[in-house]
Design a protein around this ligand. Structure first.
Ligand SMILES: [Ca+2]
Ligand SMILES: [Ca+2]
Length: 393
């Protein structure tokens, strides 16, 4: 029975090991025993400590540290009572320069007043993007940025609220965003709503003797005589004398120049791909009198990667056909602007901010394509964060 013998041998060996270990442990002095127990505890707890550290490192790596909070977040009040809450933005150690949130106050709370906290009392020093996103009693939602500066923690405003009925009332925060001053990335980690319990007042109301309501004699409404509407004499319509259409003398048609595809007339990018079409007979296309680096991806197209310098750049295009005929030319202009200088006057000031503000929430055609600072097709808090940082430069 080798299997049985082997099993018995193993069991006996294991028991011997435990007994041997115990004997060794017993033989240790008090200090030795304590050291051994401490070592065992360290070995057991190491995986837990490592896990916690890893989670902290992951949180730091996500770079989401900011919070938007209603402070205090909860409370119990009686009907008719007034109380105040603050809207606080905290970068969680990271500097920010733009923030936004939609703020909804539930119907049983009346917003009596909204006070923007002054910078001297820890306010945010925000400029708000437009009238809709300037916080007010009827709508405390906001979208603001700090011009040429940043904050680590600020108190945006204080709301004075009055309760009107029993129940649970809330101040809800939605669509929040906080932008890093350093790189304009999103850093909002979480938002804290406000939730309040409204109860009936506990103090008994004294009974009051009713005061007689004085009757007042109705004042007769004066009858007004209708004012006659003056009749206006019709203005005679002027007859326009037809202008004779000048006769055009036919001219000989020159070689048709290459065309240039539509492109933005203003940009923040320091190069742009010019492209267009050409007659198949036009074998060479010249950009500003040079055919160098012009690419012909098909028999009827051309393209050229143009470098831009600050200000206005003009590109004049002409072509040459197989027999050496030179076409007329066509030209296009593109203006390279400094980042956030929407109107191109070389300073980033209130004019640029005003144009940007008019394009915020604009669902139609933008007043300026340069309101999109990072060229991602949307106008949002990232763009606001960029223009605010460049402001005054
Ligand atoms: Ca400007
Ligand atoms: Ca954008």
């Amino acid at each position: 029975m080798p299997k049985f013998l082997s099993f018995g041998k193993y069991n006996s060996s294991k028991r011997n090991t435990i007994v041997h270990f115990w004997d060794r442990f017993e033989s240790l002095d008090k200090f030795g025993k304590l050291s051994l127990i401490t070592m065992l505890l360290i070995i057991i707890s190491t995986p837990f400590i490592t896990g916690e550290l890893l989670s902290l490192i992951q949180q730091a790596a996500s770079n989401k540290t900011a919070t938007i909070n209603i402070d205090p977040p909860s409370g119990t009040f009686s009907v008719g009572q007034e109380f105040t809450v603050d809207l606080v933005i905290d970068g969680g150690g990271e500097a920010f320069n733009a923030a936004k949130a939609d703020v909804t106050v539930s119907s049983n709370l009346t917003v009596k007043s909204l006070t923007i906290t002054p910078i001297s009392s820890g306010g945010c020093n925000f400029v708000f993007i437009n009238a809709n996103k300037t916080p007010k009693t009827s709508d405390p939602s906001f979208a603001g940025a700090i011009l040429n500066g940043s904050s680590l923690h600020c108190n945006l405003y204080t709301l004075t609220l009055q309760t009107t009925a029993t129940g649970n009332d809330t101040i809800m925060l939605k669509s929040g965003s906080v932008k890093s001053y350093a790189d304009h990335n999103e850093i909002l980690l979480s938002m804290q709503d406000g939730s309040y319990s409204i109860a009936m007042p506990v103090t008994p109301t004294p009974t009051s003797t009713p005061t007689p309501v004085p009757t007042n004699t109705p004042t007769p409404i004066p009858t007004s005589s209708p004012t006659p509407i003056p009749t206006t004499s019709p203005t005679p319509i002027l007859t326009a004398t037809p202008t004779p259409i000048p006769t055009v003398t036919p001219t000989t048609i020159p070689l048709e120049p290459p065309t240039i595809n539509a492109m933005p007339s203003e940009t923040y990018q320091n190069s742009i791909l010019l492209s267009g079409s050409r007659l198949p007979t036009v074998i060479t296309v010249f950009v500003n009198n040079s055919s160098a680096n012009v690419i012909y991806s098909s028999a009827s197209t051309w393209q050229f990667l143009a470098s831009l310098t600050l200000g206005l750049n003009t590109f004049t295009i002409h072509g040459q056909d197989t027999t050496g005929n030179i076409s007329t030319s066509t030209s296009t202009n593109i203006s390279l602007h400094r980042l956030a200088d929407i109107n191109g006057d070389s300073v980033i000031d209130l004019i640029d901010l005003s144009i940007f503000g008019s394009d915020w929430d604009n669902t139609g055609t933008l007043n300026s394509p340069l309101s999109d600072m990072n060229n991602d097709g949307i106008i949002d808090l990232t763009d606001f964060s960029i223009i605010a940082k460049e402001y005054g430069n």
